[in-house]
Design a protein around this ligand. Structure first.
Ligand code: EPZ
Length: 421
């Protein structure tokens, strides 16, 4: 086990290069199963979830070549196994995205039910209902989803709720189905637009991604292509929030500002100066942090993946505000850890009431999920004294080289062996 040790109180200054997006790379790696040809991806981030996905693809019999840093070649010529095992799915729920491609290409998949996680129950009934609408039979045996189909056929399917990976799973399933599929009430995240773009470049036909209605004409085969992964908007926003909480001046390089528009609007309301170009976003603090309410919503609303990090900022706000989490039912695991650092936060249902305090104090804290660990990093950067963050494997799921990037911005941060846990 490792821990991260931060001595807080330094204003971050400078530019940070944003890595390829985890939440774009994961569906794209699964989309490689839709072709027998070689797919090449550039700017693939070095993250724990990427490693888990590689393990899963290898398990299926896929050939991988990841010798060049940041470049990953995937060739799914033959699928020799159709199982996504419990030990992989429980470490990464996004593994359920193997369902769509395997069902589209092979007509069979045995995928462990993911089970709950720290931020909520996170069921996947929408994924399964969509596959059934396309002609799959789904059974649950020994904790595994057993999905079978002769060949998926086009369907007109409407989601009951907005689901990002549900939308991605069904786009991939429909791209090799017989006939046309219409998906309604889809999620509209930028990573979905990226997936549709890649499938179209593979010879597919996916139209309407980025809107709530997507029409997919199924093909008999798709070709291999090369693609550069889009920048990670959640990583970018996390560094911009680090600028705000340390009262610094940071430029995130590579991310499209329109992908973090709701966050930038909120930072502007909170008193930060925001400057953007087509590929850069700069946040400059004047030392004040105005407390401002926020409600998380699916894109283009304020992303739930920024909620924990924003809460750390509001812990140092000039008055009080309410943070409402509308997407997940239990995404407040960071609250008690922030309270241990002196934050004044009280949770009631889906809303956390944050009373701003003058200073946070360094402490031993424990990460519980990916974005909660980012929230503790931000709090540690601003706190008086030393903060030690335990169980940083949560952080390594979604932030590439975070200590290196923060050190370059002036942070006093290092990773150490954790002999406490
Ligand atoms: C994606 O998760 C992201 N992960 C999450 O990022 C992100 O927080 C989430 O979307 C919301 O934006 C990836 O893209 C790999 P959902 P996903 O299906 O697709 C409920 C991170 O930090 N729901 O959009 O799993 C669900 O329980 C991760 O990088 C159902 O009830 O989220 C949740 O409350 C964390 N039934 C809500 O919908 C279903 O069948 C949104 O979930 C599907 C979802």
């Amino acid at each position: 086990m490792q821990k991260i040790v931060i001595r807080g109180g330094r204003a971050l200054k400078g530019s940070v290069e944003i890595s390829g997006s985890k939440n774009a790379a994961l569906p794209l790696m699964f989309a490689s199963l839709l072709s027998r040809d070689e797919m090449t991806f550039h700017r693939v981030p070095v993250l724990r979830d990427i490693r888990t996905t590689k393990q899963l693809l290898l398990q299926l019999g896929v050939q991988l070549d990841d010798f060049a840093p940041g470049t990953l070649r995937i060739k799914a010529r033959d699928i020799i196994d159709h199982t996504a095992p419990y030990e992989l799915v429980k470490t990464m729920r996004a593994s359920v995205m193997v369902l769509g491609p395997l069902m589209a290409r092979e007509g069979r998949a045995d995928v462990s039910l993911p089970g709950g996680c720290a931020i909520g129950a996170r069921p996947i009934e929408q994924h399964l209902k969509g596959l059934e609408a396309m002609g799959a039979t789904i059974e649950l045996q020994n904790g595994y989803i057993q999905a079978r189909a002769d060949r998926l056929k086009g369907a007109d399917f409407s989601f009951d709720l907005t689901t990002v990976t549900g939308t991605e799973n069904l786009i991939m399933a429909a791209s090799l189905a017989r006939g046309t599929t219409v998906l309604r009430k889809c999620a509209i995240e930028p990573e979905i637009v990226e997936l549709a773009h890649v499938i179209n470049r593979m010879g597919g036909s996916v139209h309407g991604a980025g809107t709530t209605t997507i029409v997919i004409d199924g093909k008999d085969r798709l070709e291999g292509i090369a693609h550069e992964i889009m920048p990670d908007r959640i990583e970018a926003g996390t560094y911009l929030l680090a600028a705000a909480i340390t009262r610094g001046d940071v430029t995130a390089v590579g991310c499209n500002p329109s992908h973090v528009a709701a966050l930038l609007e909120k930072l502007d309301e909170a008193g930060l100066r925001v400057e953007t170009t087509a590929t850069e976003t700069r946040v400059i603090s004047n030392g004040n942090i105005k407390s401002r309410d926020v409600v998380t919503d699916p894109y283009p609303g304020f992303a739930t993946d920024f909620q924990a990090q924003y809460m750390a900022l509001m812990a140092l706000g000039d008055s009080r505000c309410d943070i409402t989490e509308n997407v997940f039912e239990n995404r407040f695991m960071h609250v008690q850890e922030l309270v241990r650092m002196g934050a004044g936060i009280r949770v009631s249902g889906r809303t956390a009431r944050v009373e701003g305090v003058k200073k946070l104090s360094g402490a031993h804290v424990q990460a519980t999920d990916l974005r909660a660990s980012a929230s503790l990093i931000l709090a540690g950067l601003a706190a008086n004294g030393v903060t030690e963050i335990h169980r940083v494997y949560h952080l390594d799921r979604g932030y590439e080289r975070i200590e290196e990037k923060l050190s370059k911005l002036g942070a006093d941060i290092r990773r150490e062996k954790d002999d406490m846990l």
